[in-house]
Design a protein around this ligand. Structure first.
Ligand SMILES: [Zn+2]
Length: 287
């Protein structure tokens, strides 16, 4: 959890550029995060290509997707996707909407996206479809009216991914890091599912496997390991070195025995903390 709104703006802008660098977002698509101190508000960039988003681009909205400060720049027209999902899902604190090449064959054909390998289980056991035609007939395909966003949120239901017919997908997460992991690995899952389909029979994970593997993937250990990799790749792409503060922080987090806990307490003589105990217990389970 970031300490300040300034940290949160930095983390969100970084998330935009990571997901863009992994080929999911291009000129379009967006990521939001709920305000940690006020659940009735959220943050989203101004209308800008995700790979270029900086902390100063991040704007604050209420859940009706009205900007809190009168904007001096253009907001994303599809921001109701975020506001309406945050309204409908109190457990969701981060949302990504995209049109990734990997997902589009599923959005176009109507073939269901299914978890087909262990890391793909981060998408959850099932991804429903939403078709704007069902309730709204002919539209320009953009989700810009609150009722369209609410309809999309209903189709998402309790799930983590909703595939939007002839448009793209929207992914949700309990926090920004979970969202980034799920967004990247659900797109990889789509690539593998399509490739396997071309070879013949596709045998997806069972619901039980998807739940178990999904839980394991989204544990702090694997998420921190993946983040160290993505943060470093982005830093290299942006011409920042190993000494960059984001790279060093991601590296240090991934090195901790229990990346979800506070930095390790000194062992000798000190009373062992609850977090350190948990780390010991879970160490055998982590990869
Ligand atoms: Zn869109």
């Amino acid at each position: 959890m970031p300490d300040t709104v300034a940290d949160l703006r930095r983390e969100l802008a970084h998330a935009y550029r990571i997901v863009a660098n992994e080929g999911i977002l291009d000129a379009f698509g967006h990521i939001s995060v709920r305000h940690p101190g006020n659940p009735q508000r959220y943050f989203l960039s101004r209308s800008r290509a995700p790979g270029l988003v900086e902390p100063a681009d991040i704007m604050e909205y209420d859940l009706d997707s009205n900007p809190i400060v009168p904007p001096t720049t253009r907001p994303y027209s599809e921001r109701v996707i975020h506001g309406e999902i945050f309204k409908a899902r109190p457990d969701v604190n981060a949302v990504c909407h995209h049109h990734a090449p990997a997902i589009m064959p599923f959005a176009i054909s109507g073939v269901p996206l299914q978890p087909v390998f262990h890391l793909g289980a981060a998408m959850g056991p099932y991804a429903p479809f939403w078709d704007s035609r069902d309730e709204f007939g002919d539209t320009n395909l953009l989700v810009v009216k609150p009722e369209e966003g609410a309809s999309l949120a209903r189709a998402l239901g309790k799930h983590s991914v909703v595939v939007m017919r002839r448009h793209g997908a929207t992914i949700v997460g309990g926090d920004l890091r979970e969202l980034v992991f799920r967004t990247i690995y659900s797109a990889k899952n789509a690539e593998h599912q399509l490739a396997a389909h071309m070879l013949g029979h596709v045998s997806p994970l069972t619901e039980g496997e998807a739940v178990m593997a999904g839980g394991l993937n989204l544990a702090p250990g694997p998420v921190s390991r993946a983040f160290e990799y993505w943060v470093r790749r982005l830093a290299e792409r942006e011409g920042r070195g190993k000494s960059d503060s984001a790279v060093r922080a991601a590296e240090a987090a991934a090195r901790r025995p229990n990346p979800g806990a506070a930095p390790a307490v000194k062992a000798s003589g000190a009373k062992t903390s609850g977090a350190a105990n948990k780390a010991k217990k879970s160490r055998g389970k982590k990869r």
